[in-house]
Design a protein around this ligand. Structure first.
Ligand SMILES: Nc1nc2c(ncn2[C@@H]2O[C@H](COP(=O)(O)OP(=O)(O)O)[C@@H](O)[C@H]2O)c(=O)[nH]1
Ligand SMILES: [Mg+2]
Length: 422
């Protein structure tokens, strides 16, 4: 048999070998590309989180460390920084094939959540323990609810109201599950707070807000925060340094005045608070100023002279303004619990308290007191204080408050956990 010899010196043979090798390489390349395309298609509908991550805007920093956004990407760095407290949230960019973000929460909901964290732990988590899923609803449950509400500073009067509502519904056969009972409590809280959160009306000029409360509850701080809020709304303001007992109180108000950029009317050392407030109202009338916010002294509420002083101040405002103060805001410190309910009683006897500012809700587990205050005194909550910073005064919003306090049906979820804690 004649053997096949390849002559590698023959140019025709070399050309044939090169053509065969080229064809083989081309085939491998086509197969590889087809395989890649097929794999990519099968992965398309479910992009991995990492793939989505890769799609997000990258934030670069410049030489001074200032973040610089990618110019072609829709999300700007401003979107990632906390904006001014009242600014509406920028709509999140929606791109084809991307997950649509959940709807924006009601105003201040996240601030309410943070401010009510301890109260949720003390009141809501414990109530959730009582109403654990699967539990038979009988009257023994009412004793447990009572204990939780009383120890969470809701107050005897309001606790009784909530229990009565539960009892009535239970006897009428309208509570068939823990969820029903949970809803019933939430409804009762909603009806207690129904008159709150309507907002301060600033109709007349000048509108006069008298701020009262015992020492240390946060009156001056609240005035500073309010001034900043109204200033941002474009209102012209005068602050009246009506706490003339302590020079430091006047200085504290002046610091806030400088910070906000509004004038503070003060008297001479130990001046009569009435004369300071009278002057401030007169000056506001002469100059067409929108708003006067008056600070007052807060000696111990048990000393009768303070209440006499406040009654006198009320009459002075009426004389200067030609009508009573438009708003008398009573500042109460949530950390004082039941004491705050008693303070409200005394101040109401001296002045027509029109609204309540409940401060220091942050870091206290006694937030349940809010229900007791409103229920017992029938005075609406206007603002809540959830920190010391200027943006930490929030207009009270009933629905956001209830949502922050009672949210998450999972509160009722942890049946085994709750049982083991009980
Ligand atoms: N954590 C917290 N502290 C507050 C709040 N409001 C006021 N404070 C603080 O309470 C203290 C007393 O406040 P101040 O305005 O001087 O009370 P006043 O005596 O009633 O005028 C200050 O240290 C404030 O910073 C609040 O909502 N939360
Ligand atoms: Mg003060």
């Amino acid at each position: 048999m004649e053997s096949l010899q390849l002559d590698l010196n023959d140019p025709t043979t070399l050309a044939a070998i090169a053509a065969v090798v080229g064809l083989i390489l081309l085939g491998i390349l086509i197969g590889f590309v087809r395989g890649r395309k097929k794999r990519a298609r099968s992965e398309e509908p479910t992009p991995t989180p990492e793939a989505l991550e890769g799609d997000r805007p990258k934030i670069r920093v410049d030489e001074r460390g200032k973040p610089q956004p990618e110019s072609t990407l829709p999300l700007q760095i401003e979107d990632l920084l906390p904006g001014p407290p009242e600014a509406p949230a920028a709509p999140a960019p929606v791109r084809e094939g991307r997950v649509t973000p959940p709807p924006a929460p009601p105003a201040d909901l996240s601030a309410f959540r943070t401010g009510l964290e301890s109260t949720r732990g003390n009141l809501i988590s414990r109530l959730a323990g009582v109403f654990r899923r699967g539990r038979e609803l009988d009257t023994s449950i009412l004793d447990e609810v009572e204990e939780v509400l009383i120890t969470a500073d809701v107050g005897v009067h309001t606790t009784e109201r909530v229990l009565e509502a539960l009892r009535t519904q239970m006897n009428g056969g309208r509570l068939s599950s823990a969820d029903d009972a949970w809803d019933a409590i939430r409804e009762e809280a909603r009806s207690i707070l129904a008159t709150s959160g309507k907002g301060l009306s600033l109709g007349a000029t000048p509108t006069v807000i008298l701020v009262v409360g015992v020492n240390g509850v946060g009156k001056t701080t609240t005035i500073g925060k309010l001034a900043s809020r109204f200033d941002r709304q474009g209102k012209s303001l005068l602050l009246a340094a009506g706490d003339t007992f302590r020079a430091a109180a006047v200085t504290q108000l002046e610091v806030w005045g400088r910070r906000v950029g509004c004038e503070v009317i003060k008297g001479k050392d130990r001046a009569d608070p009435g004369s300071v407030i009278f002057d401030a109202i007169q000056s506001a009338k002469d100059r067409g100023i929108d708003l006067v916010i008056a600070d007052t002294a807060g000696r111990l509420h048990t000393k009768v002279p303070l209440m006499d002083e406040l009654k006198k101040l009320g009459r002075t405002v009426e004389k200067a303004l030609g009508r009573p103060a438009d708003h008398v805001l009573l500042v109460l410190d949530a950390t004082t619990g039941q004491n705050a309910i008693q303070q409200a009683q005394l101040f109401k006897e001296a002045l027509p308290v029109s609204g309540i500012v409940l401060t220091k809700l942050d870091g206290t587990a006694k937030g349940g007191v809010i229900l007791g205050i409103v229920d017992q005194h029938q005075v609406p909550i206007e603002f809540i204080g959830i920190g010391e910073k200027v943006e930490d005064l929030k207009p009270f919003a009933t629905e956001a408050f209830l949502e922050a306090l009672f949210e998450s049906p999972e509160a009722l979820e942890p049946a085994e956990e709750a049982q083991s804690l009980a």
